[in-house]
Design a protein. Structure first.
Length: 79
């Protein structure tokens, strides 16, 4: 459940930063603030969603130390 909250926060940060940056770029490059804001929001949402999945937080039970993922059955080699 914590991952969903972080994703929402990252999307919010992406939108909050993408909107003014896009507006500034839109005024400089396109001479149209609305067009720049649209690009800024799109890029902000994409970056926010991408950073949300990049965090590295593993859910409980998804650890690499639980079991090998090679498809081989587990054996006990204690003699």
């Amino acid at each position: 459940m914590a991952g969903k909250r972080n994703t929402g926060r990252n999307l919010g940060i992406g939108i909050a930063l993408g909107l003014p940056i896009g507006a500034g770029v839109g005024m400089l490059l396109f001479d149209n603030i609305a067009l720049g804001m649209g690009f800024g929001i799109a890029i902000g949402v994409a970056l926010g969603a991408g950073l949300g999945g990049w965090g590295g937080d593993e859910e409980e039970g998804d650890s690499d130390t639980d079991a090998p993922d090679d498809g081989a059955p587990e054996t006990d080699n204690e003699s």
